[in-house]
Write a protein that binds this ligand. Sequence first.
Ligand code: HEC
Length: 154
Amino acid sequence: MTACGQSDSPASDTAATPAAAPPPEPRVLSDEERAVILASLPGPYSEADTENGRRVFARCRSCHTLPEGGPNLTGPNLWGVFGRQAGSVEAYNYSPALREADFTWTAEQLDAWLNDPRGFLPGNKMAFAGVRDETDRRDLIGWLKVETGYAPEA
Ligand code: HEC
C-alpha cells in the first residue's frame, strides 16, 4: 500500500476488499530478526536460554502455534501475544473468563499465568498444570517473545 494512492488508479487497489484477502501465509523469522529481538528484551529476558525455551515449549506445542497466520488448535495462535489484549484472537472460541479478562499480556502477566494457569485466572479452559520452574519460565518467555514477533520500542 502506498500513502499516495489516488482513487483514480484502480489497478493498485486489488487488496482493498477484506473479504477477498487470502489468509496470511505462516511466516518464519530469519536468524537476524531473532537476534535483534532477543538483544532488545528487557530485564532477565535478554539472558534467556532460548534453546531451553524451545524445549519447554514442547509442553505447549500440542495446543498452540506461534507463526503469524498459524492456525488455532485447542488453544489460540500466539503470534503477537505480547502487548495484546487477553482473549482477543478473532475466530478463537475463548472461555468467558479469558474473553472478559481486562488486561494486556506482558512478560509479567505471562509469567504468572504459566506458573499457575488456574490460580491466575479462575474459570479459564487451558487444561495445563503450569511451568513451575522459574528459569524454565524465563527461558520460555524470552524464546516466545522472539518467536511471536515481539516488537520492542524503537
Ligand atoms: C492442553 C492444551 C494447552 C496446553 C498444553 C497449553 N495451552 Fe495455552 N491455552 C489453551 C487454551 C484452551 C487456551 C484458551 C483458554 C480460555 O479460553 O480460557 C489457552 C490460552 C493461552 C494463552 C492466552 C492467549 C490469549 O489470546 O489471551 C496463552 C498466552 C497461552 N495459552 C500460553 C501457553 C503456553 C506458553 C503453554 C505452554 C507452557 C500453553 N499455553 C500450554 C490450551 C493449552
